[in-house]
Design a protein around this ligand. Structure first.
Ligand code: ATP
Length: 639
């Protein structure tokens, strides 16, 4: 194709002030980033590109950020790409005139549809050269594709993808395909994008050349910290990017604050092994114990206009799942509240026995299109934190005060809304009694939280040591449960004929963007579970393992799956393994970590595969276990 040869990367990637940013310029940056594994180098490539965007076409900055993290809008709006492989292959075939069979073969060999698309293109002569792609055009089309639904949507999607593909030059098809699949896989983590955005904002300031090296360094660091913290409080680039362009880092802090209607990333807890860990951690610190309810996290928002919404741990809007709760919300809030954000747990509730039911009961509630008259499982909301009240963010306010405000401004309603049960004694005997009581009341254990001062602020998105979780079964030495992704299955035999007999599981390494095999599992499933898993998972079977699965020689299941399902697993302990790859290189240079005696607990529909337990957490658990066994050799429970 003489046209694409005549245009070099550099030519197509440069543009004039005020013009829309060429897609090629972004792809060139992606290509640079993909070519290195050095974090600072990756950051540097992106910062340079963002500075150019800010100087020449600031109105494209927001879309550039979205394309870099491969999203189309804030997470809580729930619009996602993730077009299936077969549809993409069809688009490649139709736009290049190549046979589907050939494309499938290429894909099986190369394992990357992006590369397949790029290689396919160069075989195709083009009569008319379509206009080169721009960022606004590509982004707009991706959004249109994502929003298509219904019967004829497949064909419309393929058509739109074809139009884009025909206009692609050089490396563009590669990144376009990956964006459509929903995974860029160039080693660019969202954290890095946030830091790059902060640094580029500082570095585009006109006065920047006058700063000393030290001053500049400290400004860059502060900017990164501010943008990170603002983002965890208000995870919405639609608001953050314009605020950054208009003011600067300082302006951002004032302009972007926790806002009802935009779910913030919840604060998370650190696991503990024994009650004595609590006293070790909180020596001389005021703390409180609360029941750890076993349900589903619910962030309840009342907006200034009176609208109410319930969000999940994942920032998903769950208002439609809980029409019954929505209906009652106004009863729980006193008239003194105009707007608020409550942090709660929704728990299945037995109205007759007036007691909490296990999580398994809650999980039988439908997630979509729930009609009030069909609801069989009742829920009670247990509220444990107040994060925003009447125009004021309370994130910096210590827990003792937040809790008081919650008690002052809300009403308990029998069997519908209650404050999390709490106890402030620091005596180990009292904590033990409270823990036993929580278990009797069908809770999972305790949450132990700092109460006063800076250490007792609410830390969005952090797994903080200011919140410790004590689960009843840690105390028998089993440790916290682990959330893993199902990547393969073994054909069932004997009693399990017709369903899968066992599964291959993986943890996730966000730095390497890969799923690492960790164990086989065949225990903990009821017959019903086995049937349900079979039905659900067979839809996600793929012919070959993904290129981003890290597997040992012995990991050869009969069926492979795309990474979609997250399961909660318990095990007896963790051990170093020559067969599995979890956290490889962390505790042993060539071996990974595996789980011994893993057992299925439940499906985690509230977690995305990328939120599975990370390799780093696995390594941490392994190391903790070694420490613990030195401290007190408490026998490990084998099931
Ligand atoms: P991860 O597995 O990432 O640690 P998780 O969702 O399994 O997260 P845990 O860390 O085990 O959660 O525990 C924190 C969760 O406990 C919260 O997300 C919340 O849903 C629930 N929870 C129940 N009671 C409380 C409470 N009193 N305070 C805070 N969280 C509570």
């Amino acid at each position: 194709d003489m046209f694409s040869k005549s245009s070099t990367n550099v030519e197509s990637a440069s543009w004039k002030k005020g013009e829309p940013v060429p897609y090629a310029a972004l792809c060139q940056t992606f290509e640079q980033i993909e070519g290195t594994t050095k974090r600072l180098q990756i950051l540097d490539y992106l910062v340079k590109f963002l500075i150019t965007v800010i100087k020449l076409s600031p109105e494209s900055l927001l879309t550039v950020i979205y394309l870099s993290i491969n999203k189309l809008c804030p997470e809580y709006e729930g619009v996602e790409l993730g077009i299936g492989e077969s549809l993409l292959m069809k688009a490649i075939a139709e736009s290049t005139g190549r046979e589907m069979k050939k494309i499938k073969e290429d894909y099986a060999e190369i394992g990357d549809l992006g590369v397949v698309a790029m290689n396919s293109r160069s075989n195709q002569p083009t009569m008319f050269r379509p206009k080169s792609l721009t960022i606004p055009h590509v982004f707009k089309t991706l959004k249109e594709i994502a929003s298509l639904s219904g019967n004829s949507s497949q064909k419309l999607k393929v058509d739109k993808i074809k139009v884009l593909l025909v206009a692609c030059r050089n490396k563009e098809a590669k990144f376009l395909m990956r964006s459509l699949e929903g995974k860029l896989r160039i080693g660019l983590a969202e954290r890095t994008v946030v830091v790059a955005l902060a640094q580029a904002t500082v570095l585009s300031r006109p006065d920047i050349k006058k700063l000393s090296k030290d001053k500049l360094q400290s400004e860059l660091e502060e900017a990164a910290a501010v943008v990170k913290s603002v983002y965890s409080e208000l995870p919405c680039y639609d608001l953050i990017v314009p605020a950054l362009l208009e003011g600067d880092i300082k302006g951002l802090k004032n302009a972007c604050k926790l806002t009802p209607g935009i779910p913030l990333k919840p604060m998370l807890a650190h696991p503990t092994k024994a009650l004595t860990d609590i006293l070790d951690r909180f020596e001389n610190v005021a703390f409180t114990c609360e029941y750890k309810y076993d349900g589903e996290r619910a962030q309840i928002h009342k907006l200034e206009d009176g609208t109410m919404r319930i969000y999940s741990r994942n920032s998903e809007n769950m208002s439609a799942k809980y029409p019954d709760v929505m209906e009652r919300l106004s009863k729980f809030a006193k008239e003194s509240t105009t707007a608020f954000v409550l942090d709660c747990e929704a728990v299945a509730w037995d109205r007759e026995q007036r007691c909490i039911l296990p999580f398994q009961v809650l999980s039988t509630r439908k997630r979509k299109d729930v009609k009030e008259e069909d609801i069989k499982v009742q829920v009670c909301i247990f509220s444990f934190d107040l994060l925003y009240l009447n125009g004021e963010s309370l994130l910096q306010t210590p827990l003792s005060k937040r809790r008081q405000l919650m008690l002052d401004h809300f009403n308990e309603v029998d069997g519908q809304f209650a404050f999390a049960k709490s106890m402030n004694s620091t005596q180990i005997e009292d904590i033990q009694t409270f823990l036993d009581q929580s278990v009797t009341d069908n809770c999972e254990g305790l949450m132990v939280k700092t109460l006063e001062g800076d250490e007792a602020s609410y830390e969005p998105s952090k797994r903080s040591r200011n919140w410790l979780k004590v689960k009843k079964d840690y105390l028998s030495g089993v440790g916290d449960s682990i959330d893993l992704v199902v990547i393969g299955a073994y054909t069932g035999r004997g009693k399990r004929t017709g369903v899968y007999g066992g599964y291959l599981l993986a943890c996730y390494d966000p730095d390497r963007e890969e799923y690492q095999s960790i164990c086989k599992i065949g225990t903990g499933f009821s017959e019903q579970d086995l049937e349900d898993h079979y039905k659900e998972l067979k839809e996600h079977a793929i012919p070959e393992p993904k290129s981003y699965y890290l597997l040992g020689d012995g990991n050869r299941p009969d069926v492979w799956f795309a990474p979609v399902k997250v399961w909660e697993i318990k095990c007896a302990d963790l051990s170093v393994s020559p067969v599995y790859k979890a956290a490889i290189g962390v505790v042993d240079p060539t071996k990974g970590i595996s789980l011994r005696f893993p057992r299925f607990i439940r499906i985690r529909d509230d977690k995305q595969p990328e939120q599975a337990t990370s390799s780093e957490q696995i390594a941490e658990m392994y190391n903790d276990q070694k420490l613990n066994s030195v401290k007190n050799d408490n026998g490990i429970g084998v099931d």
